[in-house]
Design a protein around this ligand. Structure first.
Ligand code: GRF
Length: 193
């Protein structure tokens, strides 16, 4: 066990740009919390990047995540108060939801309930947005429940789209919103605990 101050866990399996933004924001603001970064992918870039920022990292198997109490035990033993999903694609099991009621949040790169649900992640989301000729898209930060991309919305932010936008340019616009607002929401929730 590291300490008894409230800590934050980030679950991620991708490049980790949001995780990095969140950790750096807390550093800039001098908020004394420790970050635990957990991934279902041993070689996810997020692990190396966040370890370099001082986070404690670990990876886990599907079996450990769904059929053992290992993750909940690890989080509670390390005084984790808030669980942040930042590019994590597995459905959160009931034992984790029950251990952290209203304390697990996710960010989705579109305006839910549009373009959400199983299989809607990464460029698939932005491609669908472009194909539907949407005039705007954005981000949704929401509490996590037992369904994909479904819990109560905490914050949505939008950006305008032009007919000339491609999935790649949409991804850039959305990522800018993510990097700006996700750290602020995490900080706000953290301070309220
Ligand atoms: C973000 O677009 C987020 O909305 C989604 O997964 C992506 C993670 O990106 N849930 P990164 O690994 O933080 O760069």
């Amino acid at each position: 066990m590291r300490n008894h101050s409230p800590n934050i866990a980030i679950f991620a399996s991708g490049s980790g740009s949001n995780a990095v933004q969140i950790i750096n924001h807390f550093k800039t603001e001098n908020i004394d919390t420790h970050f635990f970064v957990l991934s279902n992918k041993k070689d996810a870039a997020v692990l190396e990047k966040t370890e370099a920022l001082g986070a404690t990292t670990m990876s886990f198997s599907r079996e450990e995540f769904y059929n053992s109490g290992k993750i909940v035990r690890f989080l509670t033993e390390n005084s984790v108060q808030l669980v942040v999903l930042a590019g994590f694609l597995w459905l959160v099991p009931q034992n984790l939801l029950e251990a952290f009621p209203n304390k697990i949040i996710n960010i989705h790169p579109a305006l839910l309930p549009k373009y959400g649900g199983k299989g809607m992640y990464g460029m698939r989301v932005h491609t669908a947005v472009v194909e539907a000729q949407e005039k705007e898209t954005g981000i949704t930060i929401h509490f996590v429940d037992e369904e994909y991309d479904h819990g109560k919305t905490i914050l949505q932010k939008t950006c305008n789209l032009d007919p000339s936008d491609s999935p790649e340019t949409v991804a850039k616009k959305v990522q800018q919103l993510e990097h700006k607002y996700f750290p602020l929401v995490v900080k706000q929730l953290y301070k309220n605990f």
